[in-house]
Design a protein around this ligand. Structure first.
Ligand code: CAA
Length: 384
């Protein structure tokens, strides 16, 4: 039965992750942002708690929980640090889910189990210098050499690189036939010819790592083909449908964190003889922020439940991602406005959250691409 709301078990999980985030992530968030520092220890602990494998089957080391539980975990981590939130999101939705959904038994035994247990970190390599929104323009090639494929090309803006151990990579196996010529592969860090470019210095989510992948004659064993040859683009698209629930949850969490900071400040900051929260200019802002957060949460929970029950959910996850990230910009902006000059200072949570929110309108499909996806669900394919 679909409820589009949380159960007692979901709220217990939320409490557990919130306590962890407050104790183990929040105290370091300023420094991680300033120094571009990956939260190695927090991710190790999240692995030990089972959080890196929430929606996967217990027999493969997962927790056997639902998609909504995973969305709540991303939301709660992002509430204190958007960078930590995306590490979990990219690991779960992008690096691990395609192996769970399309991997054969041997691939699941070898790769899925350590990913679910948090012993390994996962990543997803689709984007290239000439294939961003137009993912079908993939130029990386994987040429069949008999017992292996030879992988050559570059992937840019890859979340969790170079920290990740396991990469789901998309490459052209049959040129000149468009998206049907793209295949997916599981590629391991450390293989000869697989190196990393520079770490990107980003505006926000600075605790997450993002790097370029360089493949120079990398030998990928035949058994590391994920799914069928030529199925790669569909695997990428199906993966992104689910990934967008994660990014929507990240956006929601960042906005929720900024909202709570702003409400606390509005109750304590006195101007014109009373706390500013009781001045209509601020109280109306707070009411609008709360309504936006509530709407985003409903969209995300609905998309998560549709996915859980194997109902079509691609349009709903695009709507959730587009709306949650658009309002994350508005809510973090309003939160900073409520703080006034104080919020503009380094070291203030709202300053960091304002910067962290921006990426959510860009990655896992820009919000323009989300509208393309939503419209195509409504209108179908254009006439030839
Ligand atoms: N599920 C399964 N199959 C799908 C699908 C879906 N959601 N969407 C499309 N397909 C199939 C189509 O049915 C079609 O199949 P046939 O060949 O059998 O007809 C095939 O894929 C091609 O579909 P389109 O013609 O619609 O493809 P397109 O080239 O027009 O592209 C697009 C569509 C939606 C614009 C797509 O390119 C896209 O999603 N672009 C955005 C890419 C993106 O989100 N990148 C994010 C990178 S990851 C990231 O950002 C991670 C991070 O940092 C955290």
């Amino acid at each position: 039965m679909m409820l589009f709301k949380t159960t007692e078990q979901h709220e217990a999980l939320r409490k557990k992750i919130r306590e962890f985030a407050e104790k183990e992530v929040k105290p370091h968030a300023f420094m991680m942002d300033k120094e571009n520092m990956f939260p190695d220890e927090a991710i190790r602990q999240l692995g030990a708690m089972g959080v890196m494998g929430i929606p996967f089957e217990k027999e493969y080391g997962g927790q056997g929980l639902d998609v909504l539980s995973y969305a709540i975990a991303v939301e709660e981590l992002s509430r204190v640090d958007g960078g930590t939130g995306v590490i979990l999101s990219a690991h779960t939705s992008l690096g691990t889910w395609p192996i769970a959904a399309f991997g054969n038994e041997a691939q699941k035994q070898k790769y899925l189990i350590p990913l679910c247990k948090g012993e390994k970190i996962g990543a997803f390599g689709l984007t290239e210098p000439n294939a961003g929104s137009d993912a079908g323009g993939t130029e990386t090639t994987a040429i069949d050499k008999g017992d292996h494929y030879l992988l050559n090309g570059n992937k840019i803006f890859i979340t969790n690189a170079p920290k990740a151990d396991t990469y789901v990579i998309f490459a052209v196996t049959t040129p000149d036939i468009g998206t049907r010529g793209i295949s997916a592969f599981i590629v391991e860090k450390g293989w000869e010819g697989f190196t990393f470019g520079d770490h990107y210095d980003k505006l926000g989510i600075r605790s997450s790592s993002t790097a370029e992948l360089v493949f120079n004659d990398v030998k990928v064993p035949k058994e590391n083909l994920l799914g069928e040859e030529g199925q790669g683009f569909k695997i990428a698209m199906a993966t992104l449908d689910g990934g967008r629930i994660g990014i929507a949850s990240q956006a929601l969490g960042i906005a929720q964190g900024a909202f709570e900071e702003a409400v606390a400040y509005a109750k304590e900051r006195v101007q014109f003889g009373k706390p500013i929260g009781f001045q209509q200019a601020i109280s109306f802002k707070i009411a609008d922020m709360a309504t936006k957060l509530h709407t985003a949460r409903l969209l995300i929970y609905q998309a998560a439940e549709l996915k859980e029950y194997h109902e079509p959910y691609g349009m709903e996850s695009a709507m959730a991602k587009q709306y949650a990230s658009d309002i994350a910009l508005e809510v973090t902006n309003d939160a900073l406005q409520i703080f006034g000059g104080t919020g503009y200072l380094k070291g203030m949570e709202v300053e960091r959250m304002y910067r962290d929110a921006k990426i959510t309108t860009i990655y896992e499909g820009t919000n323009e691409i989300q509208r393309v996806v939503i419209a195509s669900h409504i209108l179908g394919k254009p006439p030839k």
